[in-house]
Design a protein around this ligand. Structure first.
Ligand SMILES: *Cc1c(COP(=O)(O)O)cnc(C)c1O
Length: 376
């Protein structure tokens, strides 16, 4: 089996045609307005309002600051129940608000917070649930909403992976009290860097606008100690241009996902999440598989290392678990996180990006098959 001549990475940012971005740059040059709620940003926000069918949208320079500001603006404090199977930013945003993360196990099919295990962790200090739509798979929306309602908790979603996902014909951003989307270059849809909040309570619009711009209300009035988390005109331009490619992107990602699934699910020890339910329009942003050592014949880590020799660079998202990082180690009762631990040890995300050639996907599958047959 030949290795790839050039390395294949797990993802590659999607770029629009150069001319399309340049047209917009001309407008920015003519405006001579680079940031602070400029005309391109305002137009982009209108486009997103239409896309999400809500007026409650706030744009930020990245998703992490968006989430930090969300927690701050909503007055979340004390303890928040969250998942250890996520990107570090989810928990960091709590830490920066001096909130104690309480880690809850995940469920094995979608790797999202397990509602059956949430209630046991609620204490008098619990104020919110912060769940993550991992790999764009929706959390157990109804069960979490029910728990939040019964215990009067705020329900917040880290929807960093879930742009373009619809449930029951509605954007995923309509579920819970608030959702954070990341527009980082490595996400399915991006604005170079960027972040967005969608939320139910329209009063938050004003608060978030203050918080992302130093708390300025007017030239001479500062109404709260805000920070700087504004999205600039270049970011807004990229976001606006790419919005037109969103459906094409999702189609391409779906095709890639389908090829992997057809080719690899037959191999013992490799498993995929169940196909999306009928009421779900999924974005196929990632291709996570679980590698079960005994059936496959080698561990996930061994396969990950083997693939590198063929110039295929997969990623172990999310490994290690948040609770294995030094800064959060002391917070976790690890006996309660069995599923999260198993998934973190078995998960491997495979290369997927818009211009990944079909023949290359087949070659990646051939290599995995070859490794399985040769070593196992
Ligand atoms: C990317 C990501 C973030 C952070 O978003 P940035 O825009 O990179 O700050 C937060 N949570 C999850 C789950 C992510 O994948």
């Amino acid at each position: 089996m030949e290795k790839f001549d050039q390395p294949i990475f797990v993802t590659k940012p999607f770029l629009p045609p150069f001319e399309k971005f340049c047209e917009g740059l001309r407008e920015i040059w003519d405006n001579q307005w680079l940031t602070n709620n400029g005309p391109v940003l305002r137009r982009y926000r209108e486009e997103l309002k239409t896309y999400f069918a809500t007026d409650n949208i706030c744009l930020f320079t990245n998703g992490t600051l968006a989430l930090q500001i969300a927690l701050q603006g909503m007055g979340i404090s004390g303890e928040v129940i969250t998942t250890p199977f996520t990107f570090v930013a989810t928990t960091h945003a709590l830490y920066w608000n001096k909130i104690r993360p309480v880690f809850c196990d995940i469920e094995p099919e979608t790797f999202t917070l397990d509602p059956k295990k949430v209630e046991a962790l609620i204490t008098p200090w619990t104020t919110a649930i912060l769940a993550v739509h991992v790999f764009g798979r929706p959390c157990k929306l109804d069960a979490l909403a029910d728990i939040a309602h019964r215990h009067k908790l705020t329900l917040i979603y880290d929807a960093a992976h879930a742009f373009g996902v619809q449930v029951n014909g509605k954007s995923i951003g309509h579920y819970g009290d608030l959702s954070m989307f990341s527009f980082h270059a490595t996400k399915l849809y991006h604005s170079i860097e960027g972040g967005m909040l969608t939320f139910k309570d329209s009063k938050l619009n004003q608060i978030f606008s203050y918080l992302k711009n130093f708390g300025f209300k007017s030239e001479t009035e500062v109404v709260m100690p805000g920070t700087n988390a504004k999205m600039n005109e270049m970011q807004a331009l990229m976001g606006s241009v790419l919005l037109k490619y969103l459906n094409t992107l999702i189609e391409k990602k779906k095709n890639i996902y389908t090829i992997y699934k057809e080719r690899l699910s037959a191999i013992p020890g490799i498993s995929f999440s169940p196909d999306p339910a009928a009421n779900l329009e999924y974005n196929y942003a990632y291709v996570p598989v679980l590698i079960e050592k005994t059936a496959f014949g080698m561990s996930r880590d061994e396969l990950y290392e083997q693939l590198k020799k063929y110039n295929v660079f997969t990623r172990r998202y999310f490994y290690p678990l948040l609770t294995d990082f030094a800064c959060y180690q002391s917070l976790a009762l690890s006996i309660l996180l069995d599923t999260a631990k198993t998934v973190a040890e078995q998960v491997l995300t495979l290369p997927t990006y818009a211009d990944l050639a079909e023949q290359d996907i087949h070659k990646i599958c051939d290599i995995i098959e070859w490794i399985h047959n040769k070593f196992c």
